[in-house]
Design a protein around this ligand. Structure first.
Ligand code: SAM
Ligand code: SF4
Length: 332
């Protein structure tokens, strides 16, 4: 089997699939208030059958881990049908979901039954008013119900993703820690990234991972022990909290990039394969897919794309270089 190995000897075995670039929230760091895109004709979006066909091709190239993301994936109808198609592929070992969880309570059971075994939920504060302000309209009660549902159906570990902003929710780190520990969830602190106009606009609220970790230690009053998860190499630096089973992570794309272990590429809802979160390099898969390319032809296009995967992003050197991309299309 051909494997996806890039020029820097990284094996690509993880595909993040955006099923939509629309969202029911407008998080300040992710989406401009007016939304991110001109309304697209719905034929611009890959159908579930088209996504599943590409997932099959990727799985035959060694990809075994998939994530359904967006935009907000749960606003696309019957997402569990897509999950079932992907989990039926022979080499697939892991299907995860990234969501704002507003609609998770009513979908968790169907998604779990269709093979979605893990969920990451964006939640930046527990304060209802602040939450509504950050997300521009979000309802924390529904999100908390979504998290409870994910835990109840066993979509575990539930990871909570908190984008930390200096003047907005830095002071919420202690209450978020208490909540995560109470729920047995794994809380990850994410540094703001300068992607798209919304991401760039919050960079003056950037807090470094080191400052976040000091705040965590001050609250817990206990040691953080570096933890290496052999099962799951990811972008987070993970720490176990001394004398507890709880773990926390920090994703420091800006203060300390982790590109040398990158194992992933991203498929956008409109069928573009994005090779790096922080670089423009991408390849269109929708046109060949729709003009009748065979599986072998699609594999050749994907192999060629991977041979051009950039080495790393340059968030530090140039904060304005990815102004025209949007996190909401790239899927995070
Ligand atoms: N709607 C889903 C959600 O919010 O989890 C999935 C898509 S969202 C684009 C994926 C992740 O990207 C979220 O955890 C979000 O916090 C993160 N994100 C978006 N914009 C960001 C930025 N400028 N800096 C850091 N993380 C960002
Ligand atoms: Fe929507 Fe997720 Fe972006 Fe928030 S972070 S606007 S929930 S896509």
């Amino acid at each position: 089997m051909n494997k996806l190995i890039d020029p820097f000897q990284r094996t690509i075995e993880y595909l993040r699939i955006s099923v939509t670039d629309k969202c029911n929230y407008r998080c300040s760091y992710c989406m401009p208030e007016q939304g991110a895109h001109p309304e697209g004709n719905h034929t611009e979006y890959l159908s579930y059958d088209e996504i599943a066909r590409l997932a099959k091709v990727f799985s035959e190239l060694g990809v075994w881990k998939f994530r359904l993301t967006g935009g907000e994936p749960l606003i696309r109808k019957n997402l569990h049908e897509l999950a079932a198609k992907i989990s039926a592929l022979p080499n697939v070992k892991d299907i995860a979901l990234s969501t704002n969880a507003e609609r998770l309570a009513e979908q968790a059971a169907a998604l779990k039954a269709a093979g979605v075994n893990r969920a990451n939920v964006s939640i930046d504060t527990l304060d209802p008013i602040k939450f509504e302000r950050i997300t521009r309209g979000g309802d924390i009660t529904k999100v908390r119900a979504g998290i409870d549902a994910a835990i109840a159906v066993g979509m575990t570990p539930v990871k909570l993703n908190m984008v930390v902003m200096k003047n907005t929710n830095f002071e919420d780190i202690p209450s978020m820690l208490d909540y995560a520990i109470e729920k047995g969830a794994y809380l990850r602190f994410i540094e703001t990234m300068p992607i798209g106009s919304a991401g760039i606009s919050v960079m003056d609220e950037h807090v470094s991972a080191e400052r976040i970790l000091s705040k965590v230690k001050a609250h817990l009053g206990s040691e953080l022990i570096p933890f290496v998860d052999n099962k799951e190499a990811g972008p987070a630096r993970v720490f176990k909290i001394a004398n507890s089973e709880a773990k926390i992570g920090v994703i420091s794309a800006v203060s300390q990039h982790f590109c040398e272990t990158c194992n992933r590429v991203r498929l956008t809802a409109r069928g573009t394969l994005a090779l790096c979160l922080g670089q423009e390099d991408s390849v269109d898969l929708r046109a060949p897919l729709r003009s009748g390319a065979s599986d072998d032809e699609l594999k050749a296009i994907i192999l060629d794309a991977i041979s051009k995967k950039p080495e790393r992003h340059h968030f530090n050197e140039n904060r304005h270089n990815i102004q025209f991309r949007q996190m909401v299309s790239l899927g995070g």
